[in-house]
Each structure stands twice: as C-alpha cells, then as structure tokens.
Design a binder for this molecule. Structure first.
Ligand code: FES
Length: 139
C-alpha cells in the first residue's frame, strides 16, 4: 500500500522536473553564436542565387543545396544551412527577419542564424558568401 501512495508522488516529481527542462528549452535557445562553416562540397565558387531573388527582410531556400540565403537589410546577404538543428527538417519561410522551421516551430534570426525560439537549441550554421554583380557566390 505504501508503494501505491508513493508512486504517484514520485511520478509527479519526475514530471515536474521534465516540465522545467522543457520550459527552459522553450524560453531560449543555445547560447552559442553561429559558427561559420565550410560550404557543402560542390558549391564553392558557384553562383547559387541572384540578388533579385532574395527579398529584403526575407530569403530564399535553395533546396538543391540545402541552403537558405537571406537579405536582412538592403544589400546585406547571408547564407545558412537550411537544415534545422532540432531534427533536420528543411527550414521554410523567411520573413520579417526570421527564418522559420515548419516542423516544430523553431525560429532563427535572418541576420545571424541565432536561434530565437525552440525547440531547436542551436543556431543555423552560417556559410561565407560574396556578391559579384547580381550573383551570390559561396566562398
Ligand atoms: S526540425 Fe525544425 S523545429 Fe523541429
């Protein structure tokens, strides 16, 4: 009988601890700043998008290369992996300076890749690029 009455109390404690951990994860994301990374094989030096294809404040997901290009402010372009660090879904919409993952709702800053909203706990990996004429080139 003692085991029965102790069981729920113990489960409640465990459940409460789990709720705190989830709440902490949702309240913020990992503290690390996005790290520049080596571009995926095969695209270094290639024009992967045209500047006109990337709206200011928005972005363009290039599925073929699993890269998202953003233009957080006029004339400033950024490239990130399009693979969400939560469970690997491809990020989708980019608007109002935010990159959104459609799978579980994580959000990332379009200017830095920093995680703004979980469940992801890490930023999007950033890639280096350059703009030549109207071409966005991975470097
Ligand atoms: S895979 Fe992106 S939020 Fe879960």
């Amino acid at each position: 009988m003692q085991e029965t009455s102790a069981g729920p109390a113990r489960r409640q404690v465990i459940a409460a601890a789990g709720a705190v951990a989830c709440g902490a994860a949702l309240a913020g994301c990992g503290s690390g700043e996005p790290a520049a990374a080596i571009v995926p094989p095969g695209i270094k030096g290639k024009v992967i998008a045209r500047t006109a294809d990337v709206p200011v404040g928005g972005g363009k997901v290039i599925s073929k290369w699993k890269i998202v290009i953003t233009q957080p402010t006029s004339g400033v372009f950024r490239a990130f992996t399009a693979s969400c660090p939560h469970r690997g879904c491809a990020v989708g919409r980019v608007g109002d300076g935010v990159i959104r993952c459609p799978c579980h709702g994580s959000e990332f800053a379009a200017d830095s890749g920093k995680c703004l909203k979980g469940p992801a706990e890490a930023p999007l990996v950033q890639y280096a690029l350059k703009v030549e004429g109207d071409g966005i080139i991975m470097v």
